[in-house]
Write a protein of this length. Structure first.
Length: 567
């Protein structure tokens, strides 16, 4: 654990409100809460009359690790100057974050505010986190967004058996794809392939056929040896892949209607909803799964996908691409520009194209819902602050995670410090000031320019999830807007599956079954893909192993739970 000791509290005597994306400010709410010393409201800056401290956990990404300047002159200082709220940060490496917060919550030593949570079910039974749905009445920004974009049914998917939800999720106006693939477009072109045309209809199988030919071209030109791999990916290995294939197997699995990689976490063993049969089943022993691993295995067997993808550190995978050893890799919206810049530093003439990832047996987006990772509030906060103090903190959290003002602040930094308004092609847009760049925003610059994410923590992954499409895309250059348009044209948004909501006892039983089951599925998945197990000869043994690990009991229990709540 890294305990970050921050600066002394600052009492702001005169505060100037930033202009948020939604336009003019509404009058601050003056109610009984004002009598105890703070102001709040929809698109009104939360401000405490007296300085207050809230402990908060922080998921620290190694590729843009937290610096002291974030606390002394960056994002956390800005928040404090505006609100008179000091965030006492306890930072954990992102690779250990879930494990660390789990231990803290279970031991009763959790921070008050716990962001970057993807799955909260495991924390509900222990009573360590608060049912935040009991407090959304005190959250004008959250409530207004839910009502404006009709997100009530989306929130229903994260309600527990008691009808409450325990995570304040990031809220999207619309489905927002994030992770995809980038390719060395100059090499694809030289090999005779137009990726922009191919991506309109390509599948994982047709992409493989193209990559086989691209590799032949590279070998013929002396660029690589026949024994070399031309795809060696990140977010799949021991560092961030969680031992299950991470992002790549999530993208590929979704294309075959399968939960794999990152998507299998919290799924009770690849459990999916069958809309035709109106029941749950395990995608992990389905015919779709067999097809999925067969295609993935071909990438390895054909000498295209590096087996080290599933064990190597992320920077190793990146360096192989930047050094020209590979021609394709995963990327996401926050990394696209820094990935491009890093490549061009080493290969100045390289051309990059961000693609829409292929289809499989389905053409659905891997990110199907409008809810994101979100924030939990600990029971410890309620116990130590009392009801009134806790509601005050809820008001602050509402401003921090759901107001347009705060969104602009932690995404772009303060107006006038890092950015200003400009008119481009008749449109009023945010532009970084001269001398600044930001990998997290996809805005490049020279080596001498200051990266506002690295120095001050703006555009970091703990905060800016969700919001309106206009806000989400306000940093997009023309190529990023083009990517979104292509996603919209070539991909289908899946319907949100219903959720079975177990009781505490039912959840405990499912966890007892699902934990070893998921480990078994992940182990077999990688063995199949790497060729350590034969998909045809060993398939029955795999299914039998899953059954021995209670996969049928899990499916039966989930359907039983759903049937009860449907009544």
């Amino acid at each position: 654990m890294k305990k970050i000791v921050s600066m002394a509290l600052v009492i702001a005597c005169a505060l100037s409100l930033f202009t948020g994306c939604s336009g003019s400010k509404k009058k601050a709410a003056v109610s009984a809460d004002a009598a105890v010393g703070y102001t709040f409201g929809e698109e009104v800056t939360f401000h405490s009359d007296e300085p207050v401290t809230y402990p908060m956990f922080f998921s620290d990404a190694s590729w843009y690790a937290m610096q002291d300047t974030w606390l002394t002159e960056g994002i956390f200082k800005d928040i404090e100057n505006l609100t008179n709220v000091h965030l006492d940060i306890t930072s954990y490496d992102s690779g250990d974050y879930n494990q660390k917060i789990n231990l803290a919550i279970n031991s009763g030593s959790a921070a008050y505010i716990i962001p970057k949570v993807y799955e909260e079910g495991q924390y509900v039974a222990g009573g360590g986190v608060v049912a935040v749905s009991d407090y959304t009445q005190y959250m004008p920004n959250f409530t207004a967004f839910v009502n404006k974009y009709n997100l009530q049914s989306d929130l229903d998917t994260i309600r527990q058996v008691d009808g409450k939800f325990y995570r304040l999720p990031g809220l999207h106006q619309a489905v927002a794809p994030n992770y995809t693939l980038m390719v060395r477009d100059d090499i694809f072109k030289a090999a005779g392939y137009d990726v922009r045309e191919l991506e309109k209809t390509w599948t994982w199988e047709s992409l493989l056929d193209v990559l086989i030919e691209v590799k032949k071209y590279m070998v013929s030109q002396g660029m690589i040896k026949a024994s070399d791999y031309i795809w060696s990916d990140l977010w799949c290995g021991s560092e961030s892949g969680k031992g299950n294939g991470g992002n790549l197997l999530k993208l590929m699995g979704t294309s075959y209607n399968v939960l794999s990689g990152w998507a299998i976490d919290g799924s009770n063993g690849g459990i999916k909803w069958d809309p035709k049969k109106k029941e749950f089943y395990s995608s992990s022993i389905s015919d779709d799964f067999k097809k999925f691993i067969s295609v993935a295995n071909r990438y390895v067997k054909e000498g295209i996908l590096d087996p080290e993808t599933f064990t190597q550190a992320d920077d190793v995978a990146n360096n192989k691409f930047f050094n020209g050893q590979t021609v394709i890799k995963s990327t996401n919206l926050s990394q696209m520009q820094s990935d491009t810049d890093s490549l061009k530093k080493i290969v100045p003439d390289a051309e990059v194209y961000i693609t829409v990832y292929p289809a499989g047996s389905t053409n659905k987006l891997s990110d199907g819902g409008r809810l994101e990772n979100g924030v939990m509030l600990s029971k410890k906060a309620l116990d130590e602050l009392g009801e009134a103090g806790f509601i005050k903190m809820v008001r602050f959290v509402d401003w921090l995670f759901y107001s347009s003002e705060a969104y602009s602040l932690y995404k772009w930094g303060p107006e006038g410090k890092t950015w200003q308004w400009a008119t481009v092609d008749g449109e009023r847009v945010k532009k970084l000031l001269p001398g600044y760049k930001c990998g997290g925003l996809g805005i490049g610059g020279s080596d001498d320019d200051v990266d506002i994410r690295l120095k001050w923590g703006y555009a970091g992954g703990n905060f800016w999830y969700g919001h309106s499409t206009a806000e989400l895309t306000d940093n997009f250059a023309a190529d990023r807007k083009d990517l979104y348009a292509r996603f919209s044209a070539y991909k289908v948004t899946p319907e949100v599956d219903p959720a079975a909501k177990p009781s505490e006892d039912e959840r405990e039983q499912l966890n007892l079954w699902a934990t070893p089951l998921i480990d078994t599925i992940n182990t077999w998945t990688l063995n199949f893909i790497l060729g350590n197990k034969d998909i045809n000869k060993d398939w029955d043994a795999y299914v039998a192993d899953c059954k021995n690990k209670n996969i049928e009991k899990v499916v039966s229990k989930v359907n039983e739970i759903y049937s009860k709540q449907a009544k």
